[in-house]
Write a protein that binds this ligand. Structure first.
Ligand SMILES: NC(=O)c1ccc[n+]([C@@H]2O[C@H](COP(=O)([O-])OP(=O)(O)OC[C@H]3O[C@@H](n4cnc5c(N)ncnc54)[C@H](O)[C@@H]3O)[C@@H](O)[C@H]2O)c1
Length: 295
C-alpha cells in the first residue's frame, strides 16, 4: 500500500509519515522542506493549491492522509483568502484528483475548531458546528467537500483537539500555551496565565493522534467524522502547576488579563473513536517531562 501524507513537514504530519514509513510505502508532500533528517528524502516539496502538482503526486497512491493546512487562527483573520486557498482549495484539488485516479481512501484531518464555543462538554460529533474564525470556517468547508466526495471516494474526517509533541511550533494556537509555559520555566520563571486559569482544554499527545489516524484509515466509516482527544479536561492552572513541578519552580503562576474570545471549556467525547478501538495513552505529567528534557 502506498500512502501519501500531506503537511508532512509539519508537527503532526511528520509523526504520521514516520509511522507509515515504518509500515508501508509512504511519502509526504509539503510547501516546506522537512527538517527531520530521516524523513527528508520522503517529502516532496510542492504546493497543493496547484492542481497539476496534486494530480502528479496522487496518481500512484492508494491512500491520502490530508494534514496540510494554514493553522493559525490569527493569520486566518489577517489573510482569510490565503487561509481559504490552503485549507479549502487545496482540499478540493486533492479530492478531485483522488477521485479521478481511483485513490481508495482519503483521511481528512479537520479540527475541533469547527465546533466554535462549546454549548456542552464533553463535545460529541453531533455538537452544532459554529466556527468563530475564518480558520474554523475553512476547516468545516473542507469537511463538507469530503462529505460530498464520499460518493466517489471513501472519506473519513478526524477532529483533533489540542495536540502536543516535542515538535510543537510555538506559534501553533493549539499547543502555544504549552510551549510558552515550558519556555518560561526553562528561564526559571513562573508561567503567565491569562484570566483565572480555570479555562480547560483537552491536550492529546501526537502519538495518540497518529494511532487514531491509522485506525481511521483502516476502519473508519465512509463520510463519518471522529473526535480525537483524551476525553479529559485539564485547566490551564493545572497545566501550569504540572510544568512548574517538572521544571522545579516553586511559588505561584503569574495572572494577567483574560484574552478576548478565549473558549472557556473544551473536552472531546471520544466514544465514537473508542468504537474503532481507540484508547488514548496520553499522560500529561510523563509526556511533558519528556518534552521538557528533550527540547
Ligand atoms: N496541532 C493541533 O493541535 C491541531 C488540532 C486540530 C487540528 N489540527 C489540524 O492538523 C493538521 C496539522 O496541524 P499541525 O499542528 O501539524 O500544523 P503545522 O503547521 O505544523 O503543519 C501543517 C503543514 O502544512 C503545510 N502546508 C500548508 N499549506 C500547504 C500547501 N498549500 N501545500 C503543501 N503544504 C502545505 C505547512 O507547510 C505545514 O508544514 C492541520 O490540518 C490542522 O488544521 C491540528
Amino acid at each position: 500500500m502506498r500512502v501519501l501524507v500531506t503537511g508532512a513537514s509539519g508537527q503532526i504530519g511528520s509523526y504520521v509519515l514516520e509511522r507509515f514509513a515504518d509500515e508501508c510505502d509512504a511519502l509526504g508532500v509539503d510547501l516546506r522542506d522537512c527538517s527531520i533528517k530521516e524523513l527528508k528524502d520522503l517529502v516532496i516539496q510542492g504546493d497543493l493549491r496547484d492542481y497539476e502538482f496534486v494530480r502528479n503526486v496522487v496518481k500512484d497512491v492508494n491512500a491520502v492522509i490530508h494534514l496540510a493546512a494554514q493553522v493559525s487562527v490569527e493569520n486566518s483573520w489577517n489573510d482569510p483568502v490565503y487561509d481559504a486557498e490552503n485549507n479549502v482549495i487545496a482540499t478540493i484539488n486533492l479530492l478531485k484528483a483522488c477521485s479521478d485516479y481511483g485513490v481508495e481512501r482519503f483521511v481528512y484531518v479537520s479540527s475541533a475548531a469547527v465546533y466554535g464555543n462549546p454549548q456542552y462538554v464533553p463535545i460529541d460529533e453531533k455538537h452544532p458546528k459554529s466556527p468563530i474564525s475564518p480558520y474554523g470556517v475553512s476547516k468545516l468547508a473542507g469537511e463538507y467537500y469530503c462529505k460530498v466526495f464520499s460518493d466517489r471516494i471513501h472519506t473519513v474526517i478526524i477532529r483533533p483537539f489540542n495536540v502536543f509533541s516535542a515538535r510543537m511550533d510555538p506559534n501553533n494556537p493549539y499547543s502555544g500555551v504549552i510551549t510558552k509555559f515550558i519556555s518560561r520555566v526553562k528561564q526559571k520563571l513562573p508561567p503567565v496565565i491569562y484570566g483565572d486559569g480555570k479555562q480547560t482544554r483537552d491536550f492529546v499527545h501526537v502519538r495518540d493522534v497518529a494511532d487514531f489516524i491509522e485506525m481511521a484509515l483502516k476502519r473508519g466509516k465512509n463520510g463519518e467524522a471522529y473526535n480525537v482527544g483524551t476525553g479529559r479536561e485539564t485547566s490551564i492552572l493545572e497545566l501550569a502547576e504540572i510544568i512548574m513541578e517538572i521544571g522545579g519552580i516553586n511559588g505561584e503562576p503569574v495572572f494577567d488579563k483574560p484574552r478576548k474570545g478565549d473558549i472557556r471549556r473544551s473536552c472531546a467525547d471520544i466514544s465514537k473513536a473508542r468504537k474503532l478501538g481507540f484508547e488514548p495513552k496520553t499522560d500529561l505529567g510523563r509526556d511533558l517531562k519528556g518534552i521538557l528534557e528533550f527540547t
